[in-house]
Design a protein around this ligand. Structure first.
Ligand code: 5AD
Ligand code: SF4
Length: 477
């Protein structure tokens, strides 16, 4: 087979989606040939680090690999291993480098093996230099902006002996209708926007995910309708700041209006979304949530810090008081709404007093759960340049105090549901005991109960017998 033929510009279709479909077909021919040679099906394993956005990107990549004729496996001893990386905190980067060493040892034993890296970490020039110099055995590197080019890049990599690197600084393109391989048949993430314009002073996301771009509402609705036809009952609308959805569209639309459109889709049972920035959460949205039958009773509302001084420094555009007012407004209007949050400890210049303000918000809001993070210095962000970084032991002490309070509160909150009857979406067989099924409540808590596989994807009623801290044991009613 003369692979060069595939790359003749005269053969390649012009429209982006057709172009990528063309490369999927080219790759399928190469994969079939290699499978024949190896006398087995070629396998792939995509490992995702980080957030729901990355998880959704991975599903898109898996969809393309499936069409190329690869078989998915969980084991990294595969013919193509791709790490979809995260860089929001430094430890995420370290994890990737640690595991690349292990992949190298596998590659030495498998002549068909290819290794790929993509995602947020690849948008950082320093990391690319490290990979070029120290991880020469990697075959393919691409970033967050050109993920829709995956089929083409992968095809080039299939026939090349050297590392292929393609990183874009930004893009305004959104390519619709590429194949997707969903992890769950009954629920799915949907990107409603990409990028972030907020530039919180500690955060690298705006640098690696680019400027905010909203998808056209019609495309979103069409995608959800198709998913529902295909058995999906729950969607998670994804964006770094969903509350600013639609502002830059030619025909502007608010996030609340989009939600109302999604609500109308027949057959769709549950709607979730992630993430809400407190500065943009409108009364219109609270109204829509209060009146909806489908929007789940769970709002993730990142606090980051309870100190107005730090919040200003972080460029968050709200004060402690404004946050409290907003959260209380939501709680008063929708009492059974679970509120969860993200909190950073040890931001540069954080004093004990600032930290006590954070603890105070935690006490007042009584979060259903909270993700607590130790501040991680990200090169290129304004906060990284500051010379008042907090000593490790002080941060550790504050982190432990916060975590212990956050955990106690979420246990108390969860306990309050004990003895209640609730609806859950049955998601999977319990990983420790296959006589149990695991489902999720509207407020995002998990419930284990005796049941069988045939229930997966359906919404059932259970009685919550016992709260075990972060989850419940229940039974069907
Ligand atoms: N250090 C620690 N936590 C961070 N986050 C974002 N950037 C950093 C950082 N540099 C946290 C924020 C955000 C979540 C996704 O990650 O709390 O909401
Ligand atoms: Fe980062 Fe702030 Fe954007 Fe969230 S809103 S991704 S914390 S810059």
């Amino acid at each position: 087979m003369d692979y060069n033929e595939f790359f003749l510009e005269s053969k390649i279709p012009e429209s982006e989606i057709e172009r990528q479909r063309y490369f999927i077909k080219c790759a399928a021919q190469i994969v079939a040939k290699k499978s024949q040679e190896a006398n087995r099906k070629l396998t792939y394993c995509v490992t995702t680090f980080g957030c729901q956005m990355n998880a959704r990107d991975s599903e898109k990549i898996c969809g393309i690999l499936d069409e190329m004729g690869f078989v998915p496996i969980e084991d990294e001893n595969a013919d193509f291993v791709l790490y979809n990386t995260c860089t929001v905190r430094e430890n995420a980067n370290n994890k990737v480098y640690g595991r690349l060493g292990y992949l190298h040892s596998l590659k030495k034993k498998n002549p068909y093996m290819m290794i790929g890296l993509c995602g947020c970490m690849m948008q950082e020039p320093d990391e690319i230099e490290t990979i070029k110099n120290k991880y020469k055995f990697v075959d393919l590197v691409f970033g967050t902006h050109n993920i829709f080019k995956f089929a083409e890049l992968f095809t080039r990599s299939l026939v090349s002996d050297s590392m292929i690197i393609d990183i874009w600084k930004d893009t305004d393109q959104i390519v619709e209708d590429l194949p997707v391989h969903r992890k769950y048949p009954f629920k799915s993430g949907i990107n409603i926007m990409f990028g972030c314009n907020n530039f919180c002073s500690y955060c690298i996301v705006p640098y690696v995910r680019g400027r905010e771009r909203s998808r056209n509402p019609k495309d979103i609705i069409r995608e959800i309708e198709k998913l529902v036809d295909d058995g999906v009952v729950e969607v998670m609308l994804l964006g770094q700041n969903v509350n600013s959805y639609g502002k830059n569209l030619e025909d502007p639309i608010t996030f609340a209006q989009l939600l109302q459109e999604v609500e109308k889709i027949e057959g769709l049972k549950r709607i979730r979304f992630m993430t809400s920035h407190p500065k943009d959460l409108s009364d219109e949205l609270i109204d829509v949530m209060a009146n909806s039958n489908k929007i789940c009773k769970h709002l993730h509302l990142p606090l980051q810090s309870g100190s107005s001084k730090l919040l200003k420094d972080m460029n968050r555009h709200y004060t402690k008081e404004q946050y409290l007012e907003l959260a209380n407004k939501i709680r008063n209007r929708i009492p059974d709404m679970a509120i969860t949050t993200d909190i950073i400890v040890g931001y540069p210049g954080e004093t004990e007093e600032d930290f006590l303000d954070t603890l105070d918000v935690v006490e007042q809001i009584q979060y259903d759960s909270a993700f607590t993070f130790i501040y991680s210095k990200r090169t290129g962000t304004p906060a990284a340049k500051r010379d008042d970084q907090i000593p490790e032991d002080v941060v550790k002490d504050r982190f432990d105090r916060l975590l212990s309070r956050v955990q106690d509160i979420s246990h108390e909150k969860a306990k309050a549901y004990e003895g209640k009857d609730v609806e859950i979406l049955v998601e999977e067989v319990n990983s420790h005991d296959d006589s149990l099924m695991t489902g999720r409540m509207s407020n995002n808590s998990t419930v284990h109960f005796p049941g069988d596989k045939s229930m997966i994807g359906s919404i059932v009623k259970v009685h919550l017998n016992e709260c075990k801290g972060f989850y419940y044991m229940g039974e069907l009613i």
